[in-house]
Design a protein around this ligand. Structure first.
Ligand code: NDP
Length: 312
């Protein structure tokens, strides 16, 4: 079985930064990049708030450059996923999606998070036929059309703003009477002429023959002003948050009630010795590329200290 000193799982800003640090520290890291190499930032447009890019940077480009930087330090970057993890004995044993087993002395979990759905049967019914969780991936298909996006956070605002540049009209479906997003993001959507915010509104379902033609929505559900109506749209986007990708770790690694990996104290250590977590997989709160990158650096330094204490 292949033996790895430092296995890194995931290739977002956290995974790549951990890889850069681990590579420079000569831990001979092997990084499994997962199904979506580069992670969530490959689905965004401009990243404006990562220090060092005065004009902003294309998310995809940033991830390509991070990958190149990891390559420069000899990181063994591999396509594919880790689908099974066994922490019951040391070294820990992992299985790839090709059925290959490998063992590792230390592990950095940086598997990130994936988009959440409302849980309506119609979301599955119209998947790829008008329902999307990625405006920057699919917005192009709705040029000059009318779309709705659900959510009132920074992601929803960012994506609504992006869609407003392509589409004739963008509705934001927001369940609260206010946007949760930052002031800058709020301003962006409020100033866009073709964005209309539907506050205190929930989606009940979608309709359409061959694809989405509209959404059944309700204003102030359960109150005296309750009003259900149909909103004609061509595309339905979701931006209601993300869930951490921790399913394969849940039996051994301590998670919080939402499924995020718990890291406690100053470092990125989990409850299992030699296993560290970084990025959105352990961050329900900040979820920023710069924070993910910072935690990736910390996780690699922690792994280095752990291995060195063991004399490995
Ligand atoms: P958030 O959790 O911040 O927002 C989720 C939004 O979806 C909220 O408005 C929430 O409503 C709504 N929502 C959740 N579940 C449902 C539901 N079942 N039905 C209807 N609406 C629902 O997630 P984001 O992805 O927007 O942001 C996550 C983190 O990433 C945040 O910290 C954010 O600041 C950050 N971020 C920063 C960016 C930037 O700075 N460039 C860009 C994107 C994200 P409610 O308010 O009622 O709970």
């Amino acid at each position: 079985m292949e033996h790895i000193r430092c296995l890194i799982i995931g290739s977002g800003p956290a995974g790549y930064t951990a890889a850069i640090y681990a590579g420079r520290a000569n831990l001979q890291p092997v990084e499994y990049c997962g199904m979506q190499t580069g992670g969530q930032l490959t689905q965004t447009t401009i990243v404006d708030n990562f220090p060092g890019y005065p004009q902003g940077v294309d998310g995809n480009q940033m991830m390509i450059e991070l990958r190149e930087q990891a390559e420069r330090f000899g990181v063994d970057l591999r396509d594919g996923e880790i689908v099974k993890a066994d922490f019951s004995r040391k070294p820990y044993v992992f299985t790839t999606d090709r059925g290959v087993e490998l063992e590792a002395d230390s592990v950095i979990i940086a598997t990130g998070a994936t988009a959440k759905y409302l849980g309506l049967p119609d979301e599955q019914k119209y998947m790829g036929q008008g329902v999307s969780v990625c405006a920057t991936c699919d917005g192009f298909f709705y040029r000059k059309k009318t779309v709705a996006i659900v959510g009132g956070g920074d992601t929803a605002c960012e994506e609504a703003h992006y869609l407003s540049g392509l589409c004739k009209k963008v509705y934001m479906i927001v369940r609260k009477p206010y946007l949760r997003a930052s002031e800058a993001m709020k301003r962006r959507v409020e100033e866009a002429e073709n964005i209309e915010i539907l506050y205190e509104t929930n989606t009940l379902g979608l309709y359409g023959k061959a694809g989405v033609e509209g959404a059944h929505v309700v204003y102030r559900k359960g109150e005296s002003e309750e009003r259900a109506y149909d909103l004609p749209i061509d595309g339905f986007f979701l931006a209601i948050g993300h869930k951490p990708q921790t399913a394969i770790f849940k039996d051994a690694i301590a998670l919080d009630e939402q499924g995020f990996i718990k890291v406690e104290g100053q470092n990125q250590a989990t409850n299992v010795e030699g296993v560290f977590a970084a990025g959105d997989v352990c961050d329900p709160y900040y979820r920023q590329a710069i924070v993910a990158a910072g935690s990736g650096a910390k996780a690699a330094l922690d792994a280095q200290a752990y291995l060195s204490a063991l004399g490995k």
